[in-house]
Design a protein around this ligand. Sequence first.
Ligand code: SF4
Length: 375
Amino acid sequence: MTALPVLPLDPPDAEPRRGIAPRHLADLDPAARRAALVELGEPAYRADQLSTHYFGRLVRDPAAMTDLPAAARDRVATALLPRLLTPVRELACDGGDTRKTLWRLHDGALVESVLMGYPDRATVCVSSQAGCGMGCPFCATGQAGLTRNLSTAEIVDQVVWFASVAAAGALPGSPRRLSHVVFMGMGEPLANYARVVEAVRRLTDPAPGGLGLSQRHVTVSTVGLVPAIDNLAGEGLPVTLALSLHAPDDELRDELVPVNTRWKVAEALDAAHRYYETTGRRVSIEYALIRDVNDHYWRADLLGRLLSARGRGWVHVNPIPLNPTPGSRWTASDPAVQDDFVDRLRRHGVPTTVRDTRGREIDGACGQLAAVSAP
Ligand code: SF4
């Protein structure tokens, strides 16, 4: 692991206002941006200038927007480009191909994001909430509970920041253009539904309205909030849905993913299948393989039957060797058990690929960096 310089912590705000992030350009759609500029006494076209800087050139610092008159820069900096994210720790591993940043938000809340470079793409994993209220017992974030939802701009700004890091050539052997975003950091994205959907629009709207990423290169994960899955299917955003299942039977899933007591395995899978039918996007099933907890051969067979019974070609399973939380009793499955689990799913005709575990050395599982850095 290569530890990047640890940045000093600024003193926290004297009286942080929990829950309300300052308004930012990335919270607004293009029409609202123009209206905001007019409110500031600036011509409406400044909205396009600002958007071109932020989304097109990945410039987040108003001082660097030198084509704007100095007085206008100060006005818009205060009103529309407040600093949302302050890096607290930055770490790199995998030869520099994985870079993780822990951020402090305006009110002292901590979130983290990870940039991952591959030969054919650069992907950022973003947080959608500070903490998480879903309470999954094997997850560091779940142990700390929910602090608050992130604003649209707090989500988008994670991506813009890493897009500029990638553009500067920080990922050896990867494209410089950030191409993929996965909502798999801290939080349950669909519990912060409206802001996450807005963030997806900002990320995928063509520049200068947004970052211009392909909707097909955005993945939104969920533990299975069924009504929100159905709503997402109706948004006209063909993003990939990733359902974090982790168990095929209600008895175990009630324990591993407590929201299962509200929406059962069959309801979550039916909603995922409806999502596929509506959007045409193949659904990913995420399954953290936990030794002697959910990695039994009969659970692989049960999962294979449940998925193949709903049809072919609609789903793909990603078993993930669990990245253990320090001090936790949960640990990754034996490699031979993992191989057998994968083989069984494939024998049921279910495409299955073990997902890599980037960032293992830097507490890469969601919430772990925040967990070890919390005061
Ligand atoms: S696994 Fe995901 S949904 Fe569950 S507590 Fe952790 S962050 Fe929340």
